[in-house]
Design a protein around this ligand. Sequence first.
Ligand code: PEP
Length: 255
Amino acid sequence: MRKKIIAGNWKMNKTVVEAAGLARSIADQAGEISDPLILICPPFTALTEVAMALKDSEIQVGGQNMHAEKSGAFTGEVSAEMLLTSGCSHVILGHSERRALFSETSAVVNAKTIAALVAGLIPVVCVGETLEQREAGTTNQIIEEQVGGSLDSLSEDDMLRTVIAYEPVWAIGTGKTATPDMAEEVHVYIRGLLAEKFSQEIADEVSILYGGSVKPANAPDLFARENIDGALIGGASLTAELFVPIVKTMEKLEV
Ligand code: PEP
């Protein structure tokens, strides 16, 4: 059974005090939910406080990025061990904002993914096409390059510990969501790539999240699709009132 995951990417939002308050509100409103797994990814500065605020809950904490090296002269960067020791279990890697604004190639994402796995973090590897790429009919090609490049040389065990998030760039923060059919089609394609690269058994075990303007109103139709195992959520993860109903939508589907 694939793990269902609802993850919140808070991006560069929330001070330490605000972040701890939001984490507590989410934990209070969610109650004792262990399926789906709830993952919260605050800014680095708030990781420790958020992890402390959530220590009595099932909710897990993740970083939004990390450097592939263990330590050294990399001003402004953090390592996998720093995330782990700040209370993280997961790390988002290759988010489209990192790829577009910080020039992260799939090779860079691959090095980070391997470093995260070696350190014991679960990578949430993001892939997704731009609007131009979709309109040019190259979505599958882009996804193939990003999946293949970002997951290069992973072992079967590594792959089983890795989560993928399909996030069409044109749907992130725009209010435009991929239709459930569009999202499902790409998720099936990604699973097919994993089956080719690893095996069908492994492909069937990997959680593939959808991201891009997920809201309480569109979550039920997305989550009803067979290959959509949860969501990576930006805007709607910034308030408990929007985030928790999405979690509960997935929880109800599980019953
Ligand atoms: C994201 O940043 O990963 C994301 C999906 O954002 P939003 O939900 O705001 O589109």
